[in-house]
Design a protein around this ligand. Structure first.
Ligand code: SF4
Length: 274
């Protein structure tokens, strides 16, 4: 079924949403600094927002800080495990990211988390903004430019080696908790697994979160892609099922990483939440 005007009317933009149940971080209150138009420097084949509408790596203010903070002030409940900046695209593209994080910290004592695709980490201003967050979870779905191109489909000018360089530089100075989120679309061969393990040993995150796309991908932009839309029966929009990796294979890879690096690895439960 195609998305109708009445469906759009049911989905007005709210900069604060949830709480969402996250298998990685518990009960999470979502903050969306991107807004009505989904905007990202990637267009991942599995993206839960649907096809990204605005593909860009430009930073700008998408949702005014005051709008976000007023919405947070009026929002209940706030008894959550974490306040997460994610939402309708790549949160580090919000030029007011640092201001938003500082404002959240004034309003709440809950830990703050930013979910990022890592494409802006070579920008010193982004690293300085992210330094305000208590936790940062960085996407890394492969070990090569080829995987990046096939899985994440970045905007022109984004290079795998530059992402890794930015990630390592961020790792050096950041005082909070770093997580690496990796989505497997197919089992990896031995050399890819070896290269990934070597990269993880260099980054030394606090934990690695391994997942496979168990939720179907909306064909078009959907606001509830920000949340756990698998729980919704009879969705009023079209979705496309994605190929996913057998949980056994995911689990074996998790054990291999953990044994070789000592880094804690979590794998998504079935059905996966965000
Ligand atoms: S980085 Fe996140 S928001 Fe951007 S396309 Fe990928 S899954 Fe979607």
């Amino acid at each position: 079924m195609m998305m109708s005007d009445s469906t759009i009317a049911l989905n007005p933009f709210t900069p604060v949403y949830g709480p969402v149940s996250s298998w990685r971080y518990g009960r999470s209150l979502g903050i969306d600094p991107i807004g009505v138009v989904s905007t990202c420097s990637f267009n991942c084949v599995y993206c839960q927002l649907g096809e990204i509408e605005q593909k860009t790596s430009d930073r700008q203010v998408y949702v005014p800080t005051a709008e976000i903070l007023t919405s947070l002030e009026n929002f209940a409940p706030r008894s959550v495990d974490v306040i997460t900046l994610s939402g309708s695209g790549e949160p580090t593209l919000a030029a007011n990211l640092g201001e938003i994080l500082t404002g959240i910290k004034r309003l709440s004592d809950r830990p703050t988390l930013v979910l990022t695709n890592g494409t802006t980490l070579n920008d010193p201003q982004v690293r300085s903004d992210l330094a305000i967050a208590d936790k940062v979870s960085i996407k890394l779905d492969g070990v090569s430019s080829d995987q990046l191109r096939r899985v994440n489909r970045p905007v022109p000018g984004i290079d795998f080696n530059e992402i890794m360089a930015g990630l390592l530089e961020f790792r050096q100075d950041y005082q909070g908790e770093i997580g690496i989120q990796t989505m497997l679309l197919c089992p990896w061969d031995e050399s890819t697994r070896r290269e990934y393990i070597s990269l993880m040993a260099a980054v030394a995150p606090r934990e690695i979160q391994l997942n496979t796309p168990k939720r179907p991908k909306p064909v078009q932009r959907q606001f509830d892609g920000r949340e756990n839309h698998t729980s919704r029966a009879n969705r009023p929009y079209q979705v496309r099922s994605l190929r996913c990796v057998d949980p056994e294979i995911l689990h074996e890879f998790a054990q291999e990483i953990q044994q070789k690096t000592g880094i804690m690895v979590r794998t998504a439960p079935i059905p996966a939440t965000v």
